[in-house]
Write a protein that binds this ligand. Structure first.
Ligand code: BYC
Ligand code: FE
Ligand code: FE
Length: 469
């Protein structure tokens, strides 16, 4: 797998040997760049940003750091080496993995690839104005790092569409640049990717909770019997780790600062001290966690069962499962029937969305425990917690039911009366937005957030991460 960094589109897929594909992708490239100019970060396009660029797929030294203007970022196509030669689960267990799309799986596979692809540019669109209110140059650089890599993830998926789905794939690739996050007529496909992100608390919650859905979805796809999908998602996961780091530590830094300001204030009110109060932080958490839970799909899903049976989408760390056909087992799931919460036995294959969501929730619990440790250390009594999985759902049996964050069913009137306790209100949002004044001077940090424990790539916090022109 030689790496070609010199050609128009850096790649390790030997693009040069497939002229037709190369021409098709080179024709898509200007469309991507004009999408980036129009919908990528607003401003800052001429600034030098200290960016990491993927240049190899070997574990040591897969990326290099340099000052780059964002439009000059080298968006490339990189497949990790195959992890296995055979299909690891489902009805085709043990058969050779596919390098081409099996005809009968074409529609399902295309749908999975397009859904995954659509989230990548969506997130860039959602975050496009945040540069103007960055709390530090360090954070500004991290925002742009995440943005260019989501752009590369779009490339990863568009490569699959162009190479394996012919004319349909090329049309889908156009569609990915035509939909717009939040647009009434042509929105992005999945719910959370049409939500507003116009402050940095939302950005950190999004990279914590929504990018983390990405980690679990990519991990499930990296088990795929369709080898090109498995290999490309496996490489995407190496980049994803930093996005999750940005989210988890970003929230932690706000928690730390909010706790300090709470202690400082005679009435224990962080807002009075120019910070974000912990109850507001909890409401943002409620919002982004519940929105992200929906991204796993319905609790009971025949789509998910089919994806598993046909070998397209596995479980989280499938190889660590005791058994890979998942044919005999049943699992008990919570549902909502005739106005009450009930349990139901479901064949394991139909519960694959919920299994993946379980792994995700456990990971989120770990992060919340870490934030609470920060609160303990700061001597503040407040504790954060994940809301119930029944709360504020739009997909699955609990969708649009008035469950509170503790999972108790109320009346629609109770819901309306407590809405502002559960979720960020317009007044919370405008308060948080008003705090977000840009801090673009070296080594400085906004009042409402703590500095990070360390800088990027061994650089100090006061490094000039973004050189403004
Ligand atoms: N919003 O059988 P069901 C990332 C639809 S994030 C709107 O329950 P299924 C990233 C569904 O399409 C990772 N619609 O679920 C993060 C279906 O429609 P039809 C993205 C939704 O099919 C941050 C119906 O409801 N990756 O990478 O198992 C920054 C019932 O379907 C939603 C993937 O999504 C929703 N939330 O779908 C950047 C992986 N949920 O058939 C990037 C690929 C469900 O009734 N996608 N629906 O018309 C999949 O594997 C699956 O399509 C889903 C679940 C996980 C989305
Ligand atoms: Fe991504
Ligand atoms: Fe990401």
């Amino acid at each position: 797998m030689t790496i070609d960094l010199e050609s128009k589109i850096p790649n390790n897929v030997d693009l040069a040997s497939d002229r037709k594909l190369q021409r098709a992708l080179e024709a898509w490239q200007p469309s991507f760049l004009s999408w980036w100019r129009e919908m990528g970060p607003d401003g800052f396009q001429d600034d030098e940003v200290y960016l990491r660029t993927a240049v190899s797929v070997s574990a040591d030294g897969w990326a290099h750091f340099a000052n780059v203007k964002m439009p000059d970022y080298r968006w490339g196509i990189f497949l990790a080496p195959p992890a296995r030669e055979t299909i690891g689960f489902g009805d085709h267990l043990g058969e050779p993995a596919w390098n081409e799309v099996p005809g009968d799986l074409r529609a399902a596979l295309r749908r999975i690839v397009v859904t995954q692809a659509d989230t990548e540019p969506a997130s860039v669109e959602q975050q496009r104005r945040l540069g103007h209110s960055a709390p530090s140059l360090y954070d500004l650089r991290n925002l742009f790092q995440v943005n260019v890599e989501e752009g590369r993830h779009l490339w990863a998926m568009v490569y699959l569409l162009h190479k394996h789905f012919g004319r349909d794939g090329r049309e889908e690739a156009e569609g990915l640049l035509a939909r717009r996050s939040g647009d009434a007529d042509r929105p992005r496909i999945l719910g959370a990717f049409n939500a507003r992100i116009d402050d940095w608390l939302s950005f950190f919650m999004f990279t914590m909770f929504t990018d983390r859905d990405g980690k679990y979805q990519l991990a499930a796809l990296s088990e795929s019997g369709f080898a090109p999908l498995a290999r490309t998602t496996r490489f995407m996961l190496t980049e994803e780790a930093h996005h999750l780091f940005v989210g988890e530590t970003g929230v932690d830094r706000i928690v730390r600062r909010s706790a300090e300001l709470t202690r400082l204030d005679p009435n224990g009110d962080a807002r009075a001290q120019g910070g974000i109060d912990l109850p507001t932080l909890q409401r943002y958490l409620n919002y982004w966690f519940s929105l992200s839970l929906d991204l796993f799909g319905g609790e009971v899903s025949t789509n998910a069962a089919d994806f598993f049976a046909s070998g397209l989408k596995g479980r989280y760390r499938e190889s660590e499962q005791a058994e890979h056909r998942a044919l005999e087992q049943v699992v008990r799931l919570e549902t909502f029937e005739n106005g009450r919460v009930a349990e139901r036995e479901v064949p394991l294959r139909n519960a694959m969305n919920e299994q993946l969501r379980d792994a995700y929730v456990e990971d989120c619990e770990r992060a919340v425990a870490r934030w609470n440790k920060t609160l303990t250390g700061s001597g503040v009594g407040f504790r954060l917690k994940l809301p119930s999985r029944r709360f504020h759902r739009a997909i699955g049996p609990f969708a649009h039911q008035p469950f509170d964050p503790d999972g108790r069913l109320g009346s629609p009137d109770d819901w309306a009366a407590h809405l502002d306790d559960f979720l960020p209100s317009e007044s919370d949002r405008s308060f948080v937005r008003a705090l977000q004044r840009p801090v673009h001077a070296r080594g400085q940090i906004a009042h409402w957030i703590s500095p990070p424990a360390k800088g990027i790539n061994g650089q100090p916090f006061d490094f000039e991460y973004v050189r403004r022109v």
